[in-house]
Design a binder for this molecule. Structure first.
Ligand code: SF4
Ligand code: FE
Length: 487
């Protein structure tokens, strides 16, 4: 396993990448002040694995080699493994206060592992064996892998092959004896610059006419044909101001970007699906289910931070004992633990797939994520309520440092504690509920792992209303009662 330092160094050792931010090329993303907080957050998935007290959560025994591996490269071998994944994500959400990015690769690993097995069963292809070799290297090198699913999708009324621009979904543009050439883009890629490899999956269930779009493959993140465009976040330029107090969370942040495949060559050895359209729906559903489970961990950990910040600021401002404040904090805890309950439940009810690894309960995972599209928003509202209006009107760090007005800022913003502590806590709440960290805590909660409607579609499909109607018919006498024969 890599240490956190080795991980950061391994990012530096990637070949030159074409990365754009604010219209300019970034040569050294690792040390860019706007990007570095996201590197720090992802690095925490390595650092915590070094601590003896976190071994049980952060590491696992490889199903392939029997060696100790980071849990972020592990094929789940039991419901207990699924539960530990969620607990690990809550822990990391607490420690970083943001999105630590590495879960998309873990979720892609388990989804692609299971689906390639089933494709091979049906067609006698060798995708699973190829993927197994890829996974062995992934484990061995302790990679962070970007699980890339979301295409630009253009006009949502049209399928991939019906778009005016054929590149709006990633597709095969050339088949060669030694591999394929692909073109297209993936949007909203969490942690894409902090990854060693990119594992591309189709974004939706495809029809036979979309065969060129039914493609799953892996490429090194420093493949020279790739182009990256960094996504900006609200208040992101505060990170460039030199002082860090106003960013709220001093060291950690999330990261999303666009990655463009500009006629990228992929050797057959790294192609894991190519044209088998009927398996695309299965792959999307499994990846999405895993990532919807993930949110029952990471967002809960972030929620713990926000609850702590709200409780602290109440104390700092002398209102902690007010009954309405205690009531609001209780409500925040209730909402947060409800999300955790969903994350644990879909894990505990996980089942073994044909390939041997375990899948979460799909319905419960979707219910989990559906709640995540709502509860963090209510928690953010409550935190802002408790924080008070200074949350939106506070002088900058530069004013606090000013020879002319710094002392006045400190005098008039002091409360039950010195102004210094009060303003730091307010900045953290600001960052999480409307600043750069709100991308991770709120926008991702809404749209990450699929927007709310995508969960409702799955919930509807798994609802089994016929079975529920039968329950009702029996009780009111329309159907016979098999438990009371003869009556
Ligand atoms: Fe992991 Fe959560 Fe970030 Fe997704 S949003 S990558 S589950 S931390
Ligand atoms: Fe996400």
């Amino acid at each position: 396993m890599m240490t956190a330092e080795e991980y950061v160094q391994s990012l530096r050792e990637l070949g030159p990448r074409r990365i754009y931010l604010f219209g300019e090329r970034v040569e050294n993303p690792v040390d860019h002040p706007l990007i570095r907080p996201s590197v720090n957050a992802c690095a925490m998935t390595y650092r915590l694995a070094e601590f003896p007290q976190y071994q049980d959560l952060m590491t696992a025994t490889s199903a392939l080699t029997g060696r100790r591996v980071n849990r972020f490269v592990h094929l789940h071998q039991s419901p207990e493994d699924l539960v530990k994944k969620v607990k690990m994500q809550r822990l990391l959400g607490q420690v970083t206060g943001t999105c630590f990015q590495r879960c998309v690769g873990l979720d892609a690993l388990n989804a692609v592992w299971s689906v390639t097995y089933e494709v091979d069963q049906k067609y006698g292809t060798s995708y699973h064996e190829r993927f197994r070799r890829f996974v062995l290297e992934w484990e061995e090198k302790d990679w962070t892998v970007d699980g890339a699913m979301t295409d630009p999708k253009g006009n949502r009324a049209l399928g991939p092959s019906a778009q005016a621009d054929p590149d709006l979904y990633v597709h095969v543009v050339e088949r060669r004896a030694d591999g394929i050439v692909v073109r297209g883009a993936k949007m909203h890629q969490t942690g894409v610059l902090n990854s060693h490899q990119i594992l591309v999956m189709p974004t939706a269930a495809m029809r036979p006419e979309d065969a060129d779009y039914a493609v799953c493959f892996a490429v090194p993140a420093d493949d020279p044909t790739l182009i990256y465009i960094y996504g900006r976040q609200s208040s992101d330029t505060r990170k460039l101001e030199g002082t860090r107090v106003d960013v709220g969370n001093l060291h950690y942040g999330g990261q999303e970007g666009i990655v463009i495949f500009n006629d990228t060559f992929v050797p057959w050895e790294r192609v894991f699906l190519c044209g088998e359209t009927e398996f695309t729906g299965m792959l999307v559903e499994r990846f999405a289910a895993y990532h919807r489970q993930s949110y029952g961990g990471c967002k809960v950990g972030n929620g713990d931070v926000l609850i702590g910040a709200a409780a602290a600021i109440a104390e700092y401002q002398g209102v902690a004992s007010a009954s309405h404040i205690r009531e609001k904090l209780t409500e925040m805890v209730h909402l947060n633990e409800t999300l955790y309950a969903c994350g644990i439940a879909c894990s505990a009810a996980g089942t073994r797939m044909a390939a041997g690894n375990y899948l979460v309960d799909v319905l419960l995972a979707n219910v989990c994520k559906q709640n995540v599209t709502r509860f963090p928003y209510e928690m953010a509202r409550l935190a802002q309520d408790i924080a008070g209006g200074l949350l939106g009107t506070m002088p900058s760090d530069a004013d606090f440092a000013s020879d002319e007005v710094g002392a006045l800022c400190r005098k008039y913003l002091a409360a039950a504690v010195p102004a210094e502590e009060r303003r730091r806590m307010l900045r953290l709440i600001e960052a999480m509920t409307m600043g750069a960290l709100a991308v991770g805590y709120l926008v991702e909660s809404m749209h990450g792992a699929g927007s709310p409607q995508t969960q409702r579609i799955v919930i509807q499909r798994y609802a089994d209303l016929e079975a529920k109607k039968a329950l009702a018919r029996r009780l009111c006498g329309i159907d016979p009662d098999p438990f009371l024969p003869g009556r």
